[in-house]
Design a binder for this molecule. Structure first.
Ligand code: BES
Ligand code: MN
Ligand code: ZN
Length: 489
């Protein structure tokens, strides 16, 4: 599992700066006002900081970006990294500055002089997130990530903000690790074991095995995993930080590998389907964050863990299965499996948890990627007010999200002759027909949001806060939503 860079906060002490190893970071506003720490670095480096800040390069630097002075004279440090940041930055800008620092220092130790700037917890979050590297399976893991010390006026004053920010980083990294892990390692059994470890943080974890799922009548979910050697499981994680309020239920698609089943996918790009458990990964990351920061809210995470494989026992196109709700489904395409998994977990979530609201996440459709690309997840909801709250939380956290429609026309598209519904509605509006399929498993008047994260869970190029690969999209938005809408005083 990926270790986060160790980030600590300390009171600013400028003695011994000349002997600091690794990198020294300095936050400087656009006007180039030097803090006492920056002035000290400037003096020790014989004016290098002032010279840099007076340069055209500094003038052209956008806010939240870094300018590196390599091998400065007068200092033991290998680099001085100047980051342009206003003294009272916006959250997003503070995080961007932290990410810029992470890119600039690589694995080197960092001492950041931040005594004149607010929102240093957000700088720390950006630093932690952008420093992520999934190296578990590399024989050459590279240099270990050295720690960072952020020097501020009063470390005590920021302690809660800092521990919350690091809880968020831990959750995001947990999600990224799960998404990055190949399917021969992250089997359904291994996934469940990693979730059981959340018990150490005070999360109640229940693992439902196949016999129990059969007893509950989860014929839709079980039909997906029956071609695999890995047993299907549902894991229920309860964080009870909020008294006797009805919980928020978070439901995730956890297809540890999606071959398409008998409706086999083409070979090109199939390896990407190791990330088809991304929805379950986000739910898991959020649970970890909530536990680590001791959220005063009740949230239940439920994930359906299955593997979609072709086999003699696998479901065939044309098979009809019965969901836990009793709705019968004609499986016309075994590659539209995520909705079958979610159908039963969504229904189970509502029956057992009696939630106040339900949010599900899934790498559900290629059609959503065609519609929105990799910058926005698809947001589908039966409740405008709830959807708007989520969109606001996502925007505040810089996670792209865009509303797409539900509606009767799409429900009509999944009608079929021999069963209540079929599991695909053809090519038109593929993201919406998948969404209304899920809606069939939502009780009347239950506020519900479906997030199609197929395009955002894993991306082919680096983002502001993540290297290429798993992003952890959604952990921050959902944590923010819980904070703002479900947490008590
Ligand atoms: N896991 C895929 C969707 C997906 C595609 C996620 C690309 C991430 C990247 C899902 O199970 C799937 O195969 N969906 C089909 C549905 C179709 C058969 C109706 C799709 O989108 O093609
Ligand atoms: Mn599929
Ligand atoms: Zn899938």
């Amino acid at each position: 599992m990926t270790q986060l860079r160790k980030i600590t906060f300390a009171e600013t002490n400028l003695d011994g700066l000349d002997a600091v190893e690794g990198a020294i970071g300095v936050l400087i506003n656009a006007a180039g006002t030097l803090s006492p720490g920056a002035r000290r670095v400037n003096r020790l480096s014989k004016g290098a900081v002032a010279k840099a800040v007076a340069s055209e390069a500094w003038e052209k630097l956008s806010e939240g970006s870094a300018l590196t002075l390599a091998m400065p004279v007068g200092l033991q440090a290998e680099a001085v990294v100047l980051v342009k940041l206003e003294r009272r930055p916006q959250v997003a800008m503070a995080r961007k500055a932290g990410a810029a620092l992470a890119s600039a220092v690589g694995s080197k130790a960092l001492m950041l002089l931040a005594e004149n700037t607010t929102r240093t917890a957000d700088v720390a979050l950006g630093l932690a997130l952008k420093g992520y590297k999934f190296a578990d399976h590399l024989s050459e893991k590279g240099d270990p990530l050295e720690g960072a010390v952020i020097c501020v006026k009063d470390p005590g004053a920021e302690a809660k903000a800092v521990s919350d920010a690091l809880a968020v980083a831990e959750g995001v990294v947990f999600t990224r690790d799960l998404v990055s892990e190949p399917a021969n390692v992250l089997t359904t059994t291994e996934f469940a074991a990693r979730l059981e470890a959340l018990r150490d943080l005070g999360v109640e974890v229940e693992v439902l095995e196949e016999d129990k799922l059969a007893e509950l009548g989860m014929g839709a979910l079980l039909s997906v995993g029956q071609g695999s050697e890995s047993p299907s499981k549902v894991v229920v994680m309860r964080w009870k930080g909020g008294g006797d309020e009805a919980p928020l239920a978070l439901v995730g698609k956890g297809v540890v590998f999606d071959t398409g089943g008998i409706s086999l996918k083409p070979a090109a790009g199939m390896e990407d389907m190791t990330m088809d458990m991304g929805g379950a990964g986000v739910v898991s990351g959020v649970m970890k964050t909530l536990a680590l920061r001791g959220a005063k809210a009740n949230v239940t995470g439920l994930v359906g863990l299955v593997e979609n494989m072709p086999d003699g026992k696998a479901t065939r196109p044309g098979d009809i299965v019965t969901s836990m709700r009793g709705v019968t489904i004609e499986v016309v395409n075994t590659d539209a499996e995520g909705r079958l998994v979610l159908a039963d977990v969504l229904w189970h979530a509502q029956q057992t948890e009696k939630p106040a609201a339900v949010i599900n996440l899934a790498t559900l459709t290629g059609a959503c990627i065609i519609a929105l690309g990799h910058d926005n997840a698809g947001v589908f909801s039966n409740d405008d007010a709830f959807a708007n709250k989520f969109l606001k939380a996502a925007e505040a956290e810089g996670e792209g999200a865009w509303r797409l429609p539900l509606g009767k026309g799409y429900h009509d598209q999944i009608k079929t002759l021999k069963a209540d519904i079929k599991n695909t509605g053809g090519r038109p509006a593929g993201a919406s027909t998948a969404a209304v399929f899920l809606e069939r498993f939502i009780e009347d008047d239950m506020p519900w949001i479906h997030l199609d994260i197929a395009g955002v869970a894993q991306v082919a190029k680096a983002t502001t806060f993540a290297p290429k690969g798993a992003t952890g999209w959604g952990v921050m938005a959902l944590d923010r939503l819980v904070r703002d809408q479900f947490e008590q005083g």
